[in-house]
Design a protein around this ligand. Structure first.
Ligand SMILES: Nc1ncnc2c1ncn2[C@@H]1O[C@H](COP(=O)(O)OP(=O)(O)OP(=O)(O)O)[C@@H](O)[C@H]1O
Ligand SMILES: [Zn+2]
Length: 681
């Protein structure tokens, strides 16, 4: 399969080491035909088995481990100038190595689709699209930064042209975005470029509009909704320096910049910065590395920084900049816990919450109800025999939806009609359990017939433009009730909202995952942060059946940072991240026994490596069934590795992955390695 073929007659001038899209964790060597100019960072066509593929030259070497006579030549050179700058190529290689992902596949998954094929592309000859009119910024009332913002802006600007990482830790509505805008302005004046990464969901026209109104410079937008052509154009505009500002989701981190100046990660705590399948990299962690490689500053901004970033700030790796007050005249909202054990509730809404809703609407405010379950109810059950609506393919229940009526599995998307009688006992007493967004929406519509009730979740926003339409309606400022999932929690500036109600805070409190409480706290503070962002003060009501829970108490009375300190102490005691490092090796298959058998083999390989390399400080747990063992008809198991040293884990993993890759058993399961996993689910 590798580059071994009968001798070629070409006279050659050196050997190119090429990353080829394959599942193998290695590079392949090819002869460079005579009189051909090649360099690292360009694309070439190479023979691979019986096929021809597009690869990227990673290095030019004098010698190969394979006999020169056995090497095959490059068939075609696709780029004449460097396509991927060496800094970025190094970052890519480092990341593939660190996250233990096949290098060619990692490179390819990050190239715009338009460059994975044979088509030629030239950065040097790329000019801006003439159909795009020159934009004149319309933002005339740029706020004067307050003293904390000024300090932040000065710190970042003073470090331009050199590496520095900043944790911009500013409460919700403190004007972090204004700090980004001013720092970008400074960078643009030096003829440099800035890239800003945002969570998937915040890349709305509103965000983009705010930037367009401020700057006349060309902005490239990179997100998953682009056509391959648009994506390639945006990429080339960034690489050629035509686009001065690049805004995008996770993978935009790998966009080349002709004159890099600044990297910003907005909402750095957000889970979407870690890719959860395939090449499982953390764009946040790699952003810091990229900034170091390119000698530029990086800002990680959040109102609820991840425990990792707080730890890095505490230990001096990041400069900690705090914005403790809301910008302008806005003040922080007040919190109140509502004990749901003491109050009768209609569709999960306590009487306290209903009364508060009525009060705020009467005062002309908008109300936001947060509920982390879409659909009508999480389960359908039979009141006679106890039957529940189980998914036929997962260890999960089918959610009841009313609009349109169906049962649906939120893990595998299996759909079924809603039965009119119990499939087990034929009884007619079917009932629903729990509350989802649809039910909450209709209960609120009944309770407040004169007020518009808007629902914001994945189902309601499936149609293109729907999210924008709903946000626009909210921004007209008229009293309304907004019911939504975490979609509403992220980054939206909703100045009319004065009351936020959280329907159920209990889920996160008892999560089995080690980051469960951290995620719960971030979510609550972010949702709460939508309240009272303009002149009217905000109020937050959190419903729970555990109001005495220590974490909730700490969060509500002493704030996010106090809870973060407690959680960090717990992590330290348990040697969990950021005090220890984790790797999960996952395996799944249609047969129940295969994943366990495979991971038992993996464990043997690991043990023998630990022994032969005399590694200590490694704990191995498992194989264990994943928390949801069966999903989409596949059984899943995992193996957990833990160490206080990243480098020890790396010296173990590299040979282990090489060995496993070569074993025939690896082809009978789907297996993957997750370095620095976000969760153990
Ligand atoms: N110095 C200032 N004076 C007056 N208003 C300001 C100032 N800075 C920012 N603002 C305004 O305050 C509002 C909130 O600012 P911004 O959206 O930047 O906050 P944020 O910290 O990014 O919020 P979040 O964490 O919720 O995303 C915006 O309308 C912004 O224009
Ligand atoms: Zn399912």
């Amino acid at each position: 399969m590798p580059a071994r073929t009968p001798q070629q007659s070409h006279p050659a001038s050196g050997i190119a080491r090429v990353a080829v899209p394959s599942p193998l964790r290695r590079l392949f060597d090819y002869l460079i035909p005579a009189n051909t100019h090649v360099q690292p960072g360009i694309r070439v066509r190479v023979p691979f088995g019986s096929r021809e593929l597009t690869g990227i030259i990673v290095a030019i070497v004098d010698q190969s481990d394979i006999e020169t006579s056995q090497l095959r030549p490059i068939t075609e050179v696709l780029d004449h100038d460097e396509l991927i700058p060496s800094h970025l190529l190094d970052l890519w290689l480092w990341a593939a190595n660190y996250y233990q992902h096949p290098v060619g596949d990692a490179l390819h998954s990050l190239l715009p689709a338009g460059l994975r094929k044979k088509s030629a592309a030239s950065i040097r000859s790329h000019h801006s699209d003439p159909s795009q009119p020159e934009i004149t910024p319309t933002d005339t009332d740029i706020p004067t930064p307050n003293s904390q913002q000024n300090e932040a802006i000065r710190a970042v600007n003073d470090s331009s042209g050199q590496f520095n990482s900043f944790l911009l830790d500013g409460v919700t509505g403190s004007g972090k975005t204004e700090v980004y805008l001013q720092c970008i302005d400074h960078i643009l004046k030096q003829d440099k470029q800035a890239v800003m990464l945002v969570p998937e969901i915040s890349l709305t026209p509103q965000t983009i509009e705010r930037f367009r109104q401020r700057f006349s410079a060309a902005i490239a937008i990179l997100h998953s909704g682009l056509t391959p052509r648009q994506r390639l154009n945006a990429w080339l505009e960034a690489a050629s320096g035509v686009a001065r500002i690049i805004i995008g989701t996770r993978s935009a981190l790998f966009t080349p910049m002709a004159q890099p100046g600044l990297i910003i990660i907005d909402e750095e705590h957000d889970a979407s910065f870690k890719q959860q399948d395939g090449f499982r990299y953390s764009a946040r962690d790699l952003a810091v590395l990229r900034a170091r490689h390119e000698s530029i500053p990086v800002i990680l901004g959040s109102a609820t920084p991840s425990l990792e970033s707080l730890y890095n700030a505490n230990t001096g790796r990041y400069r900690h900049i705090q914005l403790t007050q809301r910008a302008g005249t806005a003040s922080m909202p007040t919190f109140q816990l509502v004990d749901t054990r003491r109050q009768l509730s209609e569709a999960g809404l306590s009487s306290d919450l209903l009364l508060a809703t009525a009060r705020h609407l009467k005062q002309g405010g908008q109300v936001l109800i947060f509920i982390n379950r879409r659909g009508f109810a999480p389960v359908l059950h039979c009141e006679d025999c106890g039957w529940t609506s189980e998914c036929p393919s997962c260890d999960a229940r089918l959610t009841v939806h009313r609009k349109p009526p169906h049962l649906c599995c939120h893990h595998c998307e299996t759909r079924q009609p809603v039965p009119d009688h119990c499939p087990d006992c034929q009884g007619k007493s079917l009932g629903t359990g729990g509350t989802g967004t649809e039910q909450c929406e209709s209960a609120l519509a009944t309770a407040f017939p004169d007020t518009p009730v808007l629902r914001l979740d994945r189902d309601a926003t499936r149609r293109k433009g729907e999210l924008e339409r709903i946000l626009k309606q909210i921004n007209n400022g008229e009293p309304c009730i907004l019911v939504g999932t975490q979609m509403i929690a992220k980054g939206h500036h909703l100045p009319g909202v004065t009351l936020v109600g959280v329907l159920d805070a209990d889920n996160g409190l008892f999560s089995a995952d080690f980051r469960g409480q951290e995620f719960m706290a971030q979510m609550l503070i972010q949702v709460a942060g939508r309240a009272g962002r303009a002149s009217q003060p905000g109020e937050v009501l959190i419903q729970t059946s555990n109001p005495e829970h220590q974490s909730l108490q700490t969060l509500v009375h002493d704030g996010y940072h106090a809870l973060a300190r407690t959680l960090l102490n717990e992590r330290e005691a348990a040697a969990m991240p950021p005090y220890g490092y984790l790797v999960i090796i996952r395996a799944e298959a249609v047969s129940m026994a295969a994943p366990q058998r495979y991971l038992t083999l993996a464990r043997q390989v690991i043990n023998s490596q630990i022994h032969s390399q005399q590694l200590n400080d490694i704990e191995v747990h498992g194989p264990l069934p994943a928390p949801m063992e069966r999903r989409a008809n596949r059984y899943r198991q995992h193996l957990i590795l833990k160490s206080s040293s990243r480098s020890v884990l790396q010296s173990l993993l590299t040979p282990v992955c090489q060995i496993l890759e070569g074993r025939s058993e690896s082809r009978r399961v789907r297996w993957s390695v997750d370095v620095d996993p976000l969760d153990m689910l």
